[in-house]
Design a protein around this ligand. Structure first.
Ligand SMILES: *[C@@H]1O[C@H](CO)[C@@H](O)[C@H](O)[C@H]1NC(C)=O
Ligand SMILES: *[C@@H]1O[C@H](CO)[C@@H](O)[C@H](O)[C@H]1NC(C)=O
Ligand SMILES: *[C@@H]1O[C@H](CO)[C@@H](O)[C@H](O)[C@H]1NC(C)=O
Ligand SMILES: *[C@@H]1O[C@H](CO)[C@@H](O)[C@H](O)[C@H]1NC(C)=O
Ligand SMILES: *[C@@H]1O[C@H](CO)[C@@H](O)[C@H](O)[C@H]1NC(C)=O
Length: 423
């Protein structure tokens, strides 16, 4: 075996993450991936959430205090269905819930979710059932300094700390958003890797796992390829990441940004529900947000585009850019949309299990300025494809670029690994 390059050895120091245990009524000692952090930057993240009962779209959104539109677009559900926010989603449906991931007391977590207790609630019920194992009763108890969990006042507002990771928004140096996934008893690591089109070794690296063994209740960080934005820091949607195969609606519901399937360039255009929005025309041109003109010349293709540059002070920033490209880009493709699910199919239960045929996008090309309102029904959510060039063996050189946890106390552990790898 080739010796790992010194650079890889150095990077290995950052590869190790601590896992902590938490206790819940259902699982003895579940593991959960923790990312140490030191700066106050937050990032976009996703929670893998399984509905404990039939709930309206708006009810799921209010459980997490997020915009129902954000919930729908993250799951590629067509928001143009009439009264879509009042659609009832079936129990056991698996959804990706977009949340903001912050840095609290040195570790990544989401603390923007609050729950108002109802009669006969118990901490275990809130943790295991309502929040589907994303949090444990002990974590809620701790976060709210509850002395006696047996007496919960009705109408009490509890902070619900939820697991999330950022890992610098990358996986193997490509933009990625991380899904906090609660392992079910039927899950295997192979199955999860296949479902999210990643590799076992990538999952093991990300979660610092020593073996492929997983248990129901464990919470894994699953990297999903995403389109990254480059909006300025002062934009209110700065840091926007949209997972491959989905959408986001930003700028006060005026702008719709999509990611994939053909490439991971964020594509933004006026949203279909845009009502009273500031101008979306690029200054000094007749192009609107999302418009692209191309002109083939002997030197190549002259591409002029009017793109979205973020939402600043209630103003939609547009940027006109011209570039000479070797080839004219094809028509913009859009991720397929699905109708609000009414039943839980096997595929939906198990999230985005890839269909036997890789053809999930029956829609194909949609005109560059067409808002997709009807979509094919792939039967599950679009599968995110795996990172390119992820590790396939135990060779340290193939491990790729790691996520940087900035904690020093992981270093000794990493040293141990380095020594092991060199033997
Ligand atoms: C974080 O990701 C950005 C690109 O999104 C990259 O330029 C930067 O080098 C990364 N930083 C670290 C510490 O990996
Ligand atoms: C520009 O975009 C607008 C809004 O999406 C669309 O209605 C219009 O047809 C586009 N024009 C061109 C020239 O592509
Ligand atoms: C490309 O198109 C833009 C706008 O139409 C024009 O100003 C520019 O001169 C063109 N560049 C080339 C190299 O043709
Ligand atoms: C936003 O508006 C405030 C007050 O109107 C102003 O001080 C600030 O410079 C503006 N920010 C940007 C980025 O334009
Ligand atoms: C994005 O998703 C599409 C459709 O599932 C897939 O074909 C494509 O390979 C994915 N791209 C990446 C970079 O994962």
């Amino acid at each position: 075996m080739q010796h790992p390059k010194p650079i890889s050895l150095f990077l290995l120091f950052f590869f190790v993450f601590i896992t902590t245990t938490h206790f819940s009524a259902q699982t003895a000692t579940a593991k959960s991936t923790i990312e140490p952090c030191s700066n106050s930057d937050s990032c976009s993240a996703l929670l893998g959430y399984t509905l404990y009962t039939d709930l309206k779209v708006s009810e799921v959104a209010s459980l997490f205090q997020i915009d129902p539109i954000a919930l729908l677009t993250a799951n590629s559900i067509d928001i143009s269905y009439p009264d879509v926010e009042n659609r009832i989603l079936p129990s056991q449906l698996f959804l990706k819930v977009p949340i903001s991931c912050s840095c609290v007391d040195g570790i990544r977590k989401s603390v923007s979710t609050h729950y108002k207790t109802r009669p006969s609630d118990t901490l275990a019920g809130i943790a295991d059932s309502i929040y589907a194992g994303l949090v444990s009763a002990d974590q809620i108890k701790e976060a709210n300094s509850i002395q006696d969990p047996s007496v919960l006042d009705v109408g009490e507002t509890l902070v619900v700390p939820l697991p999330c990771t950022c890992f610098n928004g990358t996986d193997n140096a490509l933009p990625a958003i991380y899904l906090s996934y609660v392992v079910k008893d039927v899950d295997t690591l192979t199955g999860i890797a296949a479902r999210y089109t990643t590799t076992i070794s990538d999952l093991m690296n990300v979660n610092a796992m020593g073996s492929t063994a997983i248990k129901a209740g464990d919470i894994l960080a699953v990297p999903l390829p995403a389109c990254a934005s480059r909006f300025p820091r002062y934009a209110s949607d700065s840091g926007l990441m949209v997972p491959n195969g989905s959408y986001a609606i930003v700028a006060s519901h005026c702008v719709q940004c999509s990611c994939g399937p053909a490439n991971l360039n964020l594509y933004c255009m006026p949203a279909s529900l845009a009502v009273s929005c500031s101008s979306m025309q690029c200054r000094g041109s007749n192009l609107m947000l999302g418009n692209v003109t191309q002109q083939q010349s002997s030197a190549g293709c002259n591409v002029t585009s009017c793109s979205y540059g973020g939402y600043v002070n209630d103003t939609i920033i547009t940027t006109l850019s011209t570039s000479l490209q070797p080839r004219c880009p094809g028509q913009q493709q859009f991720p397929a949309l699905i109708a609000p699910p009414t039943t839980v199919t096997r595929d939906a239960t198990f999230a985005s299990a890839p269909a036997p045929s890789p053809q999930g996008y029956a829609g194909g090309n949609i005109g560059p300025n067409t808002v997709p309102t009807t979509g094919s029904m792939p039967g599950g959510f679009p599968a995110a494809n795996g990172p390119v060039g992820s590790a396939s063996g135990s060779d340290a050189c193939s491990l790729g670029i790691p996520h940087l946890g900035r904690s020093l106390f992981t270093a000794s552990f990493a040293l141990f690994m380095v020594v092991k790898l060199m033997l």
